[in-house]
Design a protein around this ligand. Structure first.
Ligand code: UDP
Length: 309
C-alpha cells in the first residue's frame, strides 16, 4: 500500500512510518517540523520506500502518485507545544484536516484522523465513553487544541456523509514511549528527564489529578487494527489503568533509582482532573487491549531516555 502520513516526523507519526515500512508498504511522510524532528526519521531516510516531504499542510497538499491511505497525525499535541503554537494548532486541525480530506477524496484513499481525549475537555463523566460530548472551555488555554480536534472530527464526519469517504476517527489518550521529545513538556517525558538529570520532579497542583498511560506499541497495534475494519468510529484508544500524577512521579523515582524529591507547582488552568478511557468499544470491535503495564512501559522508556540525556 501507499500510505501518506502527516506529522510523520512526530512521536506517533514516526512509529507509524516505521511500522508500515517494516510491513513492506510505501510511506510518504509529510511534516513541517515545528514539533516533529529530523532526528526521529533519520533511521528511515535510507529506506527505498520512504519519502519525506517537509511541508506545511495548512497551505495545501498535492501529490502526483496514487495513495491508498491518508493518516492525518499532524498537530502540536503536548500542552506546552500547543500553548506555544495556538494558531498553528488551530490551522492544522482546521485547514490541515480539510486539505487532507480533499486529498483523500481526490485519490479515493481511506482517511484516518488522529483525534484526542482532549475533545472530552475536563470531563464530568468518568471513564470517558465515545458517546460523551465533553466539557471544553473554548476560550481557555487548551481550547486551541480541543476545538481544532473537535472541528477536525466534525469535518471528517461531513466528508464521510457527503462524499462517502471511507474515514476513521481515533481518539488517542495519553501515550508515551521512545521517540517522545525529551523536552516536550508532557508529564512522562518531564518526570523521566528530571529524574535522570538529578532534578526534582515537578508535580502540578497536589498531584491528585489522574491520567491513564498507554505504551506506544499498544497504541500503534490498535491503530493498525482499526484501519483494517469497516467502522468509522470515533474510537477511544488508550490504557484504561488509571494513576494519579503523584503515583506516576513516585514510580518514575523508583524505577530510575533517582534521589529526586517532588516539587509541587501551581496547577495549570483547565487541567483535566480525571481521565480514563472506556475502551470497551475497541475491545468489542478489534479484540484489542493494551498489554504493556505502566511499569514495563516506563522501564523501556527510561532506557531510551538514558541514551538521550
Ligand atoms: N504534569 C505535572 N508535571 C509536569 C507535567 C505535567 O504534574 O511536569 C501534570 C499536568 O498538570 C497534567 C498531567 O500531568 O495534570 C498530564 O499532563 P501532560 O502535559 O502530560 O498532558 P495532558 O494529559 O494534560 O494533556
Amino acid at each position: 500500500m501507499r500510505i501518506l502520513i502527516t506529522g510523520g516526523a512526530g512521536f506517533l507519526g514516526t512509529h507509524l512510518c516505521s511500522f508500515f515500512l517494516k510491513r513492506g508498504d510505501t510511506v510518504i511522510c509529510i511534516d513541517n517540523l515545528i514539533t516533529g524532528t529530523r532526528e526521529n526519521i533519520a533511521l528511515l531516510t535510507d529506506e527505498p520506500n520512504f519519502i519525506f516531504i517537509q511541508h506545511d499542510i495548512t497551505k495545501g497538499i498535492t501529490f502526483n502518485d496514487d495513495i491508498d491511505w491518508v493518516l492525518h497525525f499532524a498537530s502540536p499535541a503536548s500542552p506546552v507545544d500547543y500553548r506555544r503554537y495556538p494558531i498553528q494548532t488551530l490551522k492544522v486541525g482546521g485547514l490541515g484536516t480539510h486539505n487532507c480530506l480533499g486529498l483523500a477524496k481526490e485519490k479515493k484513499a481511506k482517511f484516518m484522523l488522529a483525534s484526542t481525549s482532549e475533545i472530552y475537555g475536563d470531563p464530568q463523566v468518568h471513564p470517558q465513553k465515545e458517546t460523551y460530548f465533553g466539557n471544553v472551555n473554548c476560550v481557555g488555554p487548551r481550547g486551541c487544541y480541543d476545538e481544532s480536534k473537535r472541528f477536525a472530527e466534525a469535518m471528517t464526519v461531513a466528508y464521510h456523509r457527503v462524499h462517502k469517504l471511507d474515514t476513521r476517527i481515533v481518539r488517542i489518550f495519553n501515550t508515551y514511549g521512545p521517540l517522545m521529545r525529551i523536552n516536550d513538556g508532557r508529564v512522562v517525558s518531564n518526570f523521566i528527564y528530571q529524574a535522570l538529570t538529578g532534578k526534582n520532579l515537578t508535580v502540578y497542583g497536589d498531584g491528585a489529578q489522574t491520567r491513564s498511560f498507554c505504551y506506544v506499541d499498544d497504541l500503534i497495534r490498535g491503530i493498525v487494527k482499526f484501519a483494517e475494519i469497516e467502522n468509522e468510529g470515533p474510537l477511544n484508544l488508550g490504557n484504561p489503568e488509571e494513576f494519579t500524577i503523584l503515583e506516576l512521579a513516585r514510580e518514575v523515582i523508583r524505577l530510575t533509582g533517582a534521589k529526586s524529591k517532588i516539587k509541587f507547582l501551581p496547577l495549570p488552568e483547565d487541567d483535566p482532573k480525571l481521565r480514563r478511557p472506556d475502551t470497551s468499544k475497541a475491545e468489542d470491535l478489534l479484540g484489542w487491549q493494551p498489554k504493556i503495564s505502566l511499569e514495563e512501559g516506563l522501564k523501556r522508556t527510561i532506557e531510551w531516555f538514558r541514551e538521550k540525556v
